[in-house]
Design a protein around this ligand. Structure first.
Ligand code: HEM
Length: 472
């Protein structure tokens, strides 16, 4: 697994035991990774302890690996902290290796989310119901200044809970506090300093260091999901699914003992994965959107004018309205680009000995698709470094999506929840901007747009002032 052929991608000279850990700032490696790409090119390598990792930068290289050579580059590394924490009894979805079991589960997941969604519009209804709760809370905060972090995390968690088992929690409920806390805490620990130490130096793994908290939190989360599945079975009517869990149990029954990858253990890891993947990502993108909208009031107002015109007297927006709202669409996409929510994607792994841009890469090598390097790549964007919706508008003011827009990654492992996420971002932003004006508080000082690094990046905590539109 750790062998490196002669023309393996280049990189700085490693030291024993630590490999190249000292070459990057483990708390935020983004700037160091950029420097390494300048020095070694779009494909370079580092050793995490003794395990080689290959970083892939730039649109052309990412496409070559993830799309053109998808079968070679769509694996997931095993034996890392995240695998040990989450995949105790079954592979789940996000970290499952590339094999027939993953394909079966992924096909089922996509189909189930689709049938709940666009066709029957029930996904949209679930999202709009949660938005009503956000509005109630904001109504009570008119004229005040709030920190929106808990609000958006709770709302994102509730929307995926509605999809998974048709339940939501009040924002001060202990369950939702646990869920949002564990998602944020574990994602920080897994990618940060302690995650790297755990992954690089196996001999420290059983020491009482901060990473042990990750295992405890995942165990608690897994027990909660397991209980949810068991309780759900008591009220379930076979053949009449109310949500994702019911659909999965129906599928399990349909398949019987056919030796497939469907099992109750797999269901528990699957729902844990979906909840985890859906919460921080969507919430942090929304937080980024409001940070930029408050600090660009002319952009906020232009969105509001477009929304007023398209919705006219209607009660609620629908996802279909996006086709009439090119400017809002451009703002949402530009937000996703600048938010750069999952900067290094989820790690991939080679499934066989392969080649990329003339370099040899053996089977089992960790592959890190650097999405940031594409989202800000010079030559791909009109304004690569500034927040500017013009990046997504042509000269006629129509919405266009450049190929380098890959916040959901690309290829066979592309985000499974892309449609749900896009629906959430659109409906939340349109509904809230229609009703409220969001103001950067006078005493908040200069905004800091630099995100906090993590498997999912978040803006630094901020406060926002809420006003009803039309009031001074
Ligand atoms: C703005 C919100 C979101 C962003 C930016 C985002 C981004 C990503 C990225 C970059 C990946 C890794 C793809 C790869 O390995 O190449 C991913 C995977 C995944 N996402 Fe999302 N995601 C978002 C929301 C969601 C939501 C709402 C769900 C839930 C339905 C979800 C479920 C998943 C799953 C299950 C995977 C793993 C897919 C696989 O391994 O086959 N994501 N996402």
């Amino acid at each position: 697994q750790n062998r490196r052929p002669k023309n393996f991608p280049p990189g700085p000279r490693p030291v024993p035991i630590l490999g190249n850990l000292l070459h990057i700032n483990l708390r935020n490696p983004v700037a160091d990774l950029e420097k390494l790409a300048k020095r070694y090119g779009n494909v370079y390598s580092l050793l995490m302890g003794s395990r080689p990792m290959v970083f892939i930068n730039g649109l052309q290289t990412l496409k070559e690996a993830l799309v053109n050579k998808a079968a070679d580059f769509s694996g997931r590394p095993q034996g890392l902290m995240a695998n040990h924490a989450i995949q105790e009894k079954a592979p789940g979805m996000v970290l499952a290796d590339y094999n027939s079991g993953w394909k079966e589960q992924r096909r089922f997941g996509l189909m189930t989310l689709r049938n709940f969604g666009l066709g029957k519009q029930s996904m949209e209804q679930r999202i709009l119901r949660e938005i009503d709760c956000i509005i109630k809370l904001l109504d009570n905060s008119v004229g005040k200044t709030i920190n929106p972090q808990v609000l958006f995390h709770s709302a994102a968690s509730n929307i995926i809970c509605q999809v998974l088992f048709a339940r939501r929690f009040d924002y001060d409920d202990e369950s939702i506090k646990f869920f949002t806390h564990y998602v944020q805490k574990t994602s920080k620990l897994m990618t940060g300093f302690w995650g790297m130490i755990y992954n690089s130096i196996p001999m420290v793994r059983c020491l009482p260091l901060p990473f042990q908290r990750v295992f405890k939190l995942f165990k608690m989360a897994s027990e909660k999901w397991s209980k949810t599945v068991i309780e759900n079975k008591k009220t379930r009517v076979p053949g009449k699914p109310r949500h994702f869990i019911d659909c999965y149990l129906d599928e399990m029954e349909k398949r019987g003992d056919d030796g497939s990858s469907f099992s109750e253990d797999q269901l528990v890891v699957y729902v844990l994965d979906l909840h985890f993947a859906a919460t921080d990502t969507t919430a942090n993108t929304l937080l980024t959107a409001f940070l930029y909208l408050m600090n660009n009031p002319q952009i906020q107002e232009r969105c509001q004018r477009e929304i007023d015109k398209v919705l006219d007297g209607r009660d609620q927006p629908s996802f279909e309205d996006r086709h009439q709202m090119p400017y809002v669409q451009a703002v949402i996409h530009e937000t996703q680009r600048k938010a750069n929510t999952v900067p290094l994607s989820v790690f991939h792994c080679t499934t066989r000995d392969t080649e990329l841009m003339g370099y040899s890469i053996p089977r089992g090598t960790i592959i890190i698709p650097n999405l940031s390097s594409v989202l800000f790549e010079e030559g791909q964007w009109k304004y690569p470094h500034e927040f500017n919706p013009e990046n997504f508008l042509n000269e006629k003011g129509e919405f266009v999506k450049p190929e380098a827009f890959i916040p959901f990654s690309a290829g066979r492992r592309i985000c499974l929840g892309e449609t749900l996420a896009r629906m959430e971002l659109f409906l939340v932003l349109v509904t809230l901007l229609r009703k409220f004006k969001f103001i950067w508080p006078e005493d908040a000082g200069e905004p800091d747009f630099t995100p906090l690094f993590g498997v999912t990046q978040a803006p630094k905590p901020y406060r926002m002032k809420i006003q009803l539109r039309g009031t001074p």
